[in-house]
Design a protein around this ligand. Sequence first.
Ligand code: UD1
Length: 393
Amino acid sequence: MKSHKKFHKTCRPIKVINVVGARPNFMKIAPIMREMSKYPQNFVQLLVHTGQHYDNEMSKFFFDDLGLPMPDIYLGVGSETHAVQTGKIMIEFDKVCYQKKPDLIIVVGDVNSTVACAIVAAKLCIPVAHIEAGLRSFDRTMPEEINRMLTDQISDYLFTTCEDANQNLIREGIPKSKIFFVGNVMIDTLLNHINMAKESFILERLGLRTNNNVRKYAVVTLHRPSNVDDPIILKVILNALNSLAKKLPVVFPAHPRTTKHIMDFKLKDMLSYEKSFSTKAFNRSYKNILILPPLGYLDFLSLMSNAKIVLTDSGGIQEETTLLGIPCLTLRNNTERPITVKEGTNILVGNDPDKIRNTSIKILKDGIPPKKIPKYWDGRAAERIIKFLSIKV
Ligand code: UD1
């Protein structure tokens, strides 16, 4: 194991472990791995999947769509409380580090797998690169905020997506020499796949496109505990979405946690339910929100990029809609991605039903003013990151 946290100039390639665990990690690591594979003289890479997400719809289908290699090591931790899940990942990842002796660990985003593996690496004095560093919601009730803050404090290379992230890190005492403003790897993946997504048949299968005519529709995603864990809040949100569904079809690919709560809270009758796509759905009309299983990356990208409006509590979707120029209502009171509000198409509406209804209806009627694409969201973030890491080799 290395005894101090600096790369040494060596004549061998450095051994990198890329860590993924949950759905939003896969889109972020894909461009990094692709770019790194262009420099075999500089890097040998392994992919570790913690197993935080394990259902095919939450994991394997993304590997297929994104052309990611099979993980070299699968930790299989599964779902648990935060402490148990984080602890299990640490125990298993520690063994991997002792066995593989990596020179660098790359972690992405803000999920439990991110912080767990960063802590293990830092304790073993293995350098850590954190991709998507510095984002802050300033809301410590969000588990992701804790993950972001801790990961950034112990990382050696902090790659950021926007200027406000740089400022957050500096305010928290991170030396400027560790911060690298490179752009957004999630956007690299979107731009790499947007043409492939045009081949998706999801719109036809849902009856949303016939003979090149795309119907107006809305897309919804919800999975944050603050929106889906309380039966009263979830019911209020579904009610607001159902009144929007009177104006246009509302398609809701649901996270397993959300589906489970809809069933447990006996809210199923508020939704139309599509179990699978085995049935033909041409020209179908739904009387209320259509709930679907989680979609793969390309189907979801196709659905999102043709939508009139997106309503979400996801972090990544706020960025993707900004890039695509699609209006996005975020069902949260804060965001760690304020640039999507300042420069992009994002509007925060919390979970107030009147605000959700009225803002959606206004946007459907008036649209939104022209927006900017944030600096460096240009499809070249991974290139900048790997160029930087290559110099360090
Ligand atoms: C996690 C991330 C969140 C991210 C989200 C994307 C943390 C703290 N949260 O939240 O930041 O936005 O992933 O999806 O890391 N489940 C399944 N199948 C799966 C995975 C999960 O059924 O493959 C169910 C289980 O009931 C599980 C629940 O979903 O308990 C929550 O999963 P978990 O990984 O703990 O958190 P997410 O809500 O997915």
